[in-house]
Design a protein around this ligand. Structure first.
Ligand code: URA
Length: 433
C-alpha cells in the first residue's frame, strides 16, 4: 500500500477500505508516514467527507493505537457523558453525583480546560485537597463503593488522535465533521463506558457556532457510537450565553452545589435533568425518560444527591464541609462591578468573549503551561431576555492580582441590548435518542 495512492483516492471522493484506513493510522502513529502526507490526507477528508462506515473505521483504528480502559469490574451499565465544551459549563459536577445517587455507576475521566472553556478537573481542584490522581484499581473500587469517581485523563488513550489533532490544528483542518466526530468518539470508546450521552453545544460560546453543523456533528457521533456497539444518544443545547450565572472554577463549583440543594439556576437544572434522564434510562434504571426524571428530582429533594457529592469529595481526599459552607472554597480578594450603559432588554451575550474575559482574570489557560487562579471569575447578573436599567450591574468580576480594567470593557462589550422585549433562547434544541 502507498500513502500517495490513498490520498489520491480520498481526494477523488472514493470510499476507503478498512485496510487502507488502518494502514494510514498505524503507520502515521508509528512515525512512518510524514506530517506532510497526513495533512494532505486530512485536507482531502475535509473536502470530500467520509461515509458512515469510514468514520466508524477511522474511530476504531485510532482507538486501537492506544490503551483501552477496562471497566468490566464495575457492576452495572456504565454511562459516560461528554460535552463539546462551553462557557460556564459546570454540568458534570452536578450531574455526576445526581445520577450516581439513583444508582448509575459513573466512572469519569475528565480533562483540564484550555482557551475560553473550562475543564472539570480544574473546577474540582478548587475543592481544598481534592485529588484526581489514583491507581486504576482504586478508581474501580471507588465507583463500586460510591457509584462515582473522577480521574484525570491518564494513560495512552488514542495516541493517533493526539498526533492528528495537533497536526489539524496547524493545517486548518480541525473543522471537519468526520474528523471531529472520530476524534471525540475515539477517546470516549477507549474510556470504556457501555453507553455514551453527548451534549453538543451550539452558539457563540460553542465550538460549533452554527446549529446545522452542531446537528450534523451530533448525528455523526451517535452513528459512530452505535456502529461500534455503544448505546449513544445526544442533546443539542444552547451555548449562545454562558450556562448558569458563573464562569470561573470555584464560582462554578458553588453553583453546581446550589443545584444539588435545589437552588440552582433554571438552565443548568434543565440541562442536568435532560442529560441525567438519558443517562439513567441508558443504564436501564428507569423504564422511560419521564420516570428517570422523577427519580432525579427525588434524590435532590431527599438530599441523597448532596450526600453522594459529599461522599465523592471525601473519598477523593477533598474537604466535604465545603458543601455545607461554600465560603471555604477559594475566594478572590476584590469584587468589581460591570455596569449597564443602556436601558432595555439583553439581546445578545457573546459567551466566547465572557470566557476569554474570565481567562484574562486568570480563570483559564492561554497555553497548556499557564497556571490558573481557582478563585477568580465572572458572575453574571443579567442573561438573555432580562430587562436592565442604565447603571444596573450586568456582572461582577471576582479579581485577584491581574489587572481588570480591560476585562470590565470586554464584559460590557459582550452584552448587546434592544429596546424591544426579547425572548430568551430555547435551552434544548433537540434530543437524538
Ligand atoms: N475536540 C476533540 O477532541 N477533537 C476535535 O477534533 C475537536 C474538538
Amino acid at each position: 500500500m502507498r500513502m500517495v495512492d490513498i490520498i489520491a483516492k480520498k481526494r477523488d471522493g472514493e470510499e476507503l477500505e478498512k485496510a487502507e484506513i488502518r494502514y494510514v493510522i498505524n503507520e502515521y502513529t508509528n512515525g512512518l508516514i510524514p506530517d506532510y502526507q497526513m495533512s494532505a490526507f486530512a485536507m482531502a477528508i475535509y473536502f470530500q467527507d467520509m461515509t458512515m462506515k469510514e468514520r466508524a473505521e477511522l474511530t476504531l483504528a485510532m482507538v486501537e493505537t492506544g490503551d483501552r480502559v477496562d471497566l468490566s469490574e464495575i457492576e452495572g451499565i456504565k454511562v459516560d457523558k461528554h460535552s463539546t465544551g462551553g462557557v460556564g459549563d459546570k454540568t458534570t459536577i452536578a450531574l455526576a453525583p445526581l445520577v450516581a445517587a439513583v444508582g448509575v455507576p459513573v466512572a469519569k475521566m475528565s480533562g483540564r480546560g484550555l482557551g475560553h472553556t473550562g475543564g472539570t478537573i480544574d473546577k474540582l481542584e478548587s475543592i481544598p485537597h481534592f485529588s484526581v490522581e489514583m491507581e486504576p484499581s482504586e478508581f474501580i473500587a471507588l465507583v463500586n463503593r460510591n457509584k462515582l469517581a473522577v480521574v484525570g485523563q491518564t494513560g495512552n488513550l488514542a495516541p493517533a488522535d493526539k498526533k492528528l489533532y495537533a497536526l489539524r490544528d496547524v493545517t486548518a483542518s480541525v473543522n471537519s465533521i468526520p474528523l471531529i466526530a472520530s476524534s471525540i468518539m475515539s477517546k470516549k470508546i477507549a474510556s470504556g463506558a457501555d453507553a455514551i450521552v453527548l451534549d453538543v453545544k451550539t452558539g457563540s460560546g460553542a465550538f460549533m457556532k452554527d446549529y446545522d453543523q452542531a446537528r450534523e456533528l451530533a448525528e455523526a457521533m451517535v452513528e459512530i457510537g452505535e456502529q461500534l456497539g455503544r448505546r449513544t444518544t445526544a442533546i443539542i443545547s444552547d451555548m449562545s450565553q454562558p450556562l448558569g450565572y458563573t464562569v470561573g472554577n470555584s464560582l462554578e463549583v458553588k453553583e453546581a452545589i446550589d443545584l444539588l440543594k435545589g437552588e440552582g439556576p433554571n438552565d443548568l437544572y434543565e440541562l442536568c435533568m435532560r442529560l441525567g434522564s438519558q443517562m439513567v434510562y441508558a443504564a436501564n434504571k428507569a423504564k422511560s425518560l419521564e420516570e428517570a426524571r422523577e427519580m432525579l428530582d427525588e434524590v435532590i429533594e431527599n438530599g441523597e444527591a448532596l450526600n453522594t457529592l459529599k461522599r465523592f469529595i471525601e473519598s477523593q481526599k477533598g474537604d466535604p464541609s465545603i458543601v455545607d459552607d461554600p465560603s471555604k472554597l477559594p475566594t478572590a480578594n476584590k469584587l468589581v462591578q460591570v455596569v449597564s450603559p443602556y436601558t432595555g432588554y439583553v439581546k445578545t451575550i457573546d459567551a466566547e468573549q465572557i470566557g476569554i474575559a474570565a481567562m484574562q482574570l486568570g480563570a483559564g489557560r492561554a497555553t497548556k503551561e499557564s497556571r490558573i487562579d481557582l478563585a477568580v471569575g465572572i458572575e453574571l447578573h443579567k442573561k438573555l431576555g432580562d430587562h436592565v436599567k442604565q447603571g444596573d450591574y450586568l456582572a461582577t468580576l471576582h479579581v485577584n492580582d491581574r489587572s481588570f480594567e480591560q476585562v470590565v470593557q470586554m464584559v460590557e462589550n459582550a452584552y448587546g441590548f434592544s429596546d424591544k422585549k426579547i425572548l430568551p433562547p430555547n435551552l434544548i434544541y433537540e434530543e437524538l435518542i
